[in-house]
Design a protein around this ligand. Structure first.
Ligand SMILES: C=CC1=C(C)c2cc3[nH]c(cc4nc(cc5[nH]c(cc1n2)c(C)c5CCC(=O)O)C(CCC(=O)O)=C4C)c(C)c3C=C
Ligand SMILES: [Fe+2]
Ligand SMILES: [Fe+2]
Length: 349
């Protein structure tokens, strides 16, 4: 019998690969109706205006990382590790599909169609579901699949905020961060600051489950580490634009912790690889805030990246979606949740 051909598609955000890509990347982001909820002609104008205004700040951010985002090479490393973890399943090929910069959806859909898979598994590199990330990637994927006649059965893994491999990888890295803080500042009480990308408050009020799922991830890590409530806080970073965003903001929490002589251990809980939000915002800007207030320690825990526990977790999700023993297919047909009892991702339907 011929080997089953499986395509695994990793959804991620993407990032500029040169300084000249910064403005078109920002335009793509702000032209997304999941990010700016306006009708098309107006959204096009608004996206042009915001991209032009934001470009100088974004240029500075990417300059600090050598003029480009490392999100693609980091995602490629995860893709290679995941392919190895799935090689017993048959002929498995992993594709990367970025939302706002290359490789983008049309190109990837055509590559997947040309691979002629028997099954396609769509795996967002966003453990927590948001209308602004997973749902946005999924919508443009479906549109492109129709356009390019990709007809193989497709399954979306919607979210996995408490997937054990993800939680174990994050908890182990946090444990190492706490040990480092104790070595640098043995006298100081540590505070673990779980930091997630924020969202406009209106998006959450309209039913986006992202913040609830971030909270589920945080509680799972805190419980793995046996932390007390006073040992940790959840905070939200990367605010852009004039709207009110969910809080508390990571910078405020860091300033307060530093002023209270806490040793700060920052854990990125919604990013699974390194990019501007970790390497610049957390490592440079927020470290500067902590140093200026003489925090006894400021440790930034690395993202889970290609850590074996995380990759095993991702491979488990793919196996579940392919209908292997522990399949958790829900009532929505093609949609799979790692933990449906906690999942409120009906926003997808
Ligand atoms: C959990 C992941 C993310 C959510 C939710 C999210 C929502 C969101 N983002 C913006 C605006 C920007 N995001 C930018 C960069 C960026 N965002 C994410 C992830 C989420 N965004 C990542 C991984 C990155 C890094 C990309 C890279 O560097 O490779 C940027 C660009 C950088 C900058 O100018 O600060 C913007 C702008 C909004 C408005 C939003 C929800 C409405
Ligand atoms: Fe973002
Ligand atoms: Fe779900």
């Amino acid at each position: 019998m011929a080997e089953r051909r499986i395509a695994v598609v990793l959804f991620n955000l993407g990032g500029p690969d040169s300084q000249s890509a910064v403005r078109p990347f920002l335009f793509n982001l702000f032209f997304d109706p999941s990010i700016i909820r306006l009708p098309t002609p107006l959204r096009w104008i608004v996206a042009q205006v915001i991209a032009r205004r934001r470009a100088p700040i974004a240029h500075e951010i990417y300059e600090k990382m050598g003029g480009r985002s490392p999100i693609l090479p980091n995602t490629q490393e995860q893709a290679a590790a995941l392919t190895r973890a799935l090689n017993d399943l048959g002929h498995v090929k992993t594709f990367i599909c970025m939302r706002y910069w290359q490789p983008m959806t049309d190109e990837v859909v055509k590559a997947v169609r040309d691979y002629a898979p028997d099954e396609v598994v769509l795996l967002p590199l966003y453990p927590q579901f948001s209308t602004t990330t997973t749902a946005s990637s999924y919508r443009v994927w479906q549109e492109a699949a129709k356009r390019h006649r990709l007809t193989a059965p497709q399954k979306l893994i919607c979210c996995y905020p408490t997937e054990p491999g993800f939680i174990t990888a994050l908890a182990r890295a946090t444990q190492a961060g706490l040990e480092e803080a104790a070595r640098i500042a043995p006298q100081a009480k540590p505070l673990v600051v779980f930091s997630a990308h924020g969202l406009p408050k209106k998006v959450v009020d309209d039913g986006d489950p992202y913040v609830a799922q971030v909270t589920a991830s945080v509680r799972a890590v805190a419980s793995w580490l046996d932390l007390r409530e006073s040992d940790w806080k959840t905070a939200f970073q990367s605010r852009v634009g004039p709207l009110e965003w969910v809080g508390p903001s990571t910078d405020d929490v860091i300033v307060e912790a530093a002023e209270n002589d806490r040793a700060i251990v920052v854990v990125p809980v919604a990013f699974v690889s390194e990019h501007s939000e970790t390497l610049v915002e957390l490592d440079i800007e927020y470290r500067h805030l902590a140093d200026a207030r003489q925090a006894p320690a400021y440790i930034r825990v690395p993202t889970v990246g290609a850590q074996p526990d995380f990759i095993v977790g991702l491979s488990r999700l793919v196996r579940q979606a392919l209908g292997k023993p522990e399949s958790v297919q829900d009532g929505m047909g093609q949609h799979f949740c790692a933990d449906w009892s906690r999942c409120v991702c009906k926003a997808l339907g």
